[in-house]
Design a binder for this molecule. Structure first.
Ligand SMILES: [Zn+2]
Ligand SMILES: [Zn+2]
Length: 352
């Protein structure tokens, strides 16, 4: 799903596509990852295979796509009537949570998800279920179920994911989340001549989204420190539930003192599957990251860093020292805030 690598030419030959057409089927061709491969050498970080990048950046890549049931229902053309609408590459990006065509939030799970037989952690599973099974229609759920094998092949879920009926979401939330979605998609396709900026400093597309994921992790870990930036009380309630879940995960997981940084920050290092909760967190992170100066960014981050540090200092350090963050974000997350750790309450701290 990310990059066909050595399989590109054989795949292109077998499918009668040009190599570029075959490559374009992959998520790695999206603008968000493009700068990683083709950015100017002086600002390109150490070369990282995309598959590895996607594993460590679970705010950048999902192994399980979200989907728009209306897109899957097709556009009424003979081709789409037969095969359904396309599964879009963007649906593998956690930062894509809405469909701009149908003006709705995406779904993230099969309605019959509890029937699925889950073999491994999400990142260890194949991004497409029952890969070699020709039976499911492209718009049917391909997950295996726990049922006994029948006729030599394992039973798959088969629930129809396409649905032409429009969604019913709270009308006061969707316009703001759709505006955010449009802005994020525009940023993903930003041309090299007009780079994105963090605190006024030009950075590459993928770095911008890495930074956004780092701040999103801090929003969760420090919740409810940034509640004032949330678009609505119902979205705040969704983040509240997610934040409790992550905290619970971090406490029930066996933690060893020598555990590496990746594992320590893991409970906060992935985007929620639910589109609405994910969008709510990202909308706060986006408001923080768009501060135009380093001082502004630092001031916006300080309450999050202070509260996150109180909740879990080791995880905060691990998130904050993510080696793939932009230099501008690294500067804004430097540690003057640590002096306030045992100081006055957040809301009365002078200067913040
Ligand atoms: Zn759609
Ligand atoms: Zn299913």
């Amino acid at each position: 799903m990310i990059d066909l690598k050595d399989h590109l030419q054989p795949f292109a030959t077998a499918t009668r596509l040009t190599p570029q057409e075959a490559a374009n089927l992959c998520v790695g061709q999206l603008g968000i990852f493009n700068t990683l491969q083709h950015g100017p050498p002086e600002i390109r970080p150490e070369p990282t295979p995309l598959a590895q990048l996607s594993f460590h950046h679970r705010w950048l890549f999902h192994s399980e796509p979200r989907y728009c049931p209306q897109c899957l229902a097709g556009d009424g053309s003979p081709l789409q009537n037969e095969h359904g609408g396309p599964w879009r590459r963007h649906w593998y990006l956690p930062m894509v949570f809405a469909c701009p065509i149908h003006q709705r939030l995406l779904r993230h799970a099969c309605p019959a998800g509890s029937n699925h037989e889950i073999h491994a952690a999400p990142m260890d599973r194949s991004a497409v279920g029952s890969l070699s099974d020709p039976r499911p229609h492209p718009t049917q759920c391909r997950h295996l179920t726990g049922q006994k094998p029948s006729g030599g092949r394992r039973a798959f879920c088969g629930v129809q994911l396409a649905d032409p009926s429009p969604d019913h979401q709270p009308a006061d939330e969707v316009p703001e989340l759709l505006r955010l979605q449009n802005s994020l998609i525009t940023n993903m396709n930003r041309p090299p001549g007009d780079p994105l900026r963090v605190a006024g400093t030009p950075i590459m597309n993928h770095q911008y989204f890495t930074d956004l994921g780092i701040i999103a992790a801090l929003v969760l870990l420090s919740w409810p420190a940034s509640e004032g930036l949330c678009a609505s009380p119902t979205l705040a309630a969704a983040i509240d539930e997610e934040a409790r879940l992550r905290l619970h995960m971090s406490r029930t997981r066996q933690t060893h003192h020598h555990q590496n940084q990746f594992r320590v920050s893991q409970p906060w290092a992935a985007a929620p599957a639910d589109a609405r909760t994910c969008a709510a967190i990202l909308s706060i992170a986006w408001k923080v990251l768009k501060k135009p100066t380093s001082g502004g960014l630092q001031r916006a981050l300080a309450p999050l860093l202070i509260q996150a540090d109180r909740t879990n200092g080791r995880a905060t350090n691990a998130i904050r020292s993510n080696p793939r963050r932009s230099r501008a974000l690294a500067v804004a997350m430097r540690k003057p805030w640590s002096g306030l750790r045992h100081g006055p309450r957040l809301n009365s701290a002078p200067g913040w």
